[in-house]
Design a protein around this ligand. Structure first.
Ligand SMILES: Cc1cc2nc3c(=O)[nH]c(=O)nc-3n(C[C@H](O)[C@H](O)[C@H](O)COP(=O)(O)O)c2cc1C
Length: 336
């Protein structure tokens, strides 16, 4: 990974510093770019919230070869990790590789290790076109922005034509500066509209950008098969809490009624296990996959996934989790 990161630092120069800890401090305000919006507080809160979660180390047990596989949204995954949808290689990462090379690297690496990658949407059209082509060839989940009617339904139909078993919408992109700058209409959706959108799609539907139990319950009411607890990596609204802070209350409201995914600040296998213990069924990771793909294309992604898998196994063994479903509050330290 060291070589991959060094190469990524060269290629992403001016867009991402590939810091030792990817926490949003050095890149605060860099949107477009890889940073968080405004003061960068939402991005930083994601990382800080996870860092504040601590493990109970538990060794008197027999969980020495943990089973990391999961089934979520009807998908069998070798571990509970997905690459988050990320688009805009040119204006966010420096454009030293093409959008197509980027999504092929992420989805190809994920497929090789038995997990799934997601692809994003945006302007110009080659963002979703590259994404759809990669999903068709390699498998993955397309995420569509919350456009206004005609564009939204057309895009959903084109996403469905990729054959993807799951399709998502990042409803929080309603606040994206990059789209506003380009004069493209995106917006929040009332419950009735959301119901229409979800019933239009025959694939299982995932709503990304959920930060409150209320919105999570509405997503369930509208028929979402899954939600992603996410603040879009801190890129849409300054001063939101970290996702690890809001996850337990959201899980208390909807666990078992919809699949709960979460992203924001997840960097290591230990972070993945923390999110599972806080109530997630699976975890998405964003920026580290971008660095891995820029620095080493598909091989870089495979290397990052192998690193994550080793870390997750280690964390599961040292907290006494024989399987992913064993992760719960008992593995987290609560100071009295
Ligand atoms: C450069 C960049 C582009 C992104 N593009 C999209 C997108 O097109 N669709 C989407 O749903 N989320 C997008 N996201 C948000 C990610 O899917 C994810 O929510 C976020 O990166 C998770 O935080 P992390 O990077 O700290 O892991 C983007 C994030 C970044 C950094």
């Amino acid at each position: 990974m060291k070589e991959v990161r060094t190469h990524a630092r060269e290629l992403m120069s001016g867009f991402c510093r590939v810091c030792p800890i990817c926490n949003g401090k050095a890149c605060a305000g860099e949107v477009p770019g890889m940073g968080g919006l405004g003061t960068g507080a939402s991005f930083m809160n994601n990382v800080a919230a996870l860092a504040g979660v601590r493990f109970n180390m538990r060794l008197v047990h027999g969980a020495e070869a943990p089973d990391m596989s999961v089934e979520v949204l009807g998908l069998k995954l070798a571990m509970p990790v997905l690459a988050a949808p990320i688009g805009g290689v040119t204006f966010n990462m420096g454009g030293k590789i093409t959008e197509q090379e980027y999504v092929d690297a992420v989805l190809g690496g994920c497929a090789e290790r038995g997990v799934l990658g997601c692809v994003g949407d945006g302007v110009p059209p080659f963002i979703h076109e590259s994404g759809f082509a990669a999903v068709k060839a390699l498998g993955g989940i397309p995420f569509i922005k919350p456009w206004e009617d005609k564009e939204l339904f057309e895009k959903l139909d084109r996403a469905a034509a990729t054959g993807a078993p799951v399709i998502g919408m990042d409803i929080d992109a309603a606040g994206l500066v990059t789209l506003r700058l380009m004069g493209r209409p995106v917006g929040p959706k009332p419950l009735e509209k959301l119901r229409d959108i979800i019933s239009h799609v025959s694939a299982r539907f995932v709503l990304k950008g959920i930060m409150t139990p209320d919105d999570a319950m509405r997503a369930v009411e509208a028929g979402a098969a899954g939600i992603v607890v996410s603040n879009h990596g801190g890129r849409v609204l300054d001063h939101t809490p970290g996702t690890a802070e809001v996850l337990p209350a959201i899980a208390a409201a909807v666990k078992g009624k919809t699949a709960i995914l979460v992203d924001g600040g997840v960097r290591t296998g230990g972070d993945v296990l923390k999110m599972l213990a806080l109530g997630a069924d699976a975890v998405m990771i964003g920026r580290p996959f971008s660095i891995a793909a820029l620095g080493g294309l598909k091989d870089g992604v495979v290397k990052y996934l192998d690193q994550l898998k080793g870390e997750l196994a280690q964390a599961m063994i040292l907290t006494g989790c024989a399987r992913v479903s064993d992760a719960g509050p008992q593995i987290l330290f609560q100071s009295s």
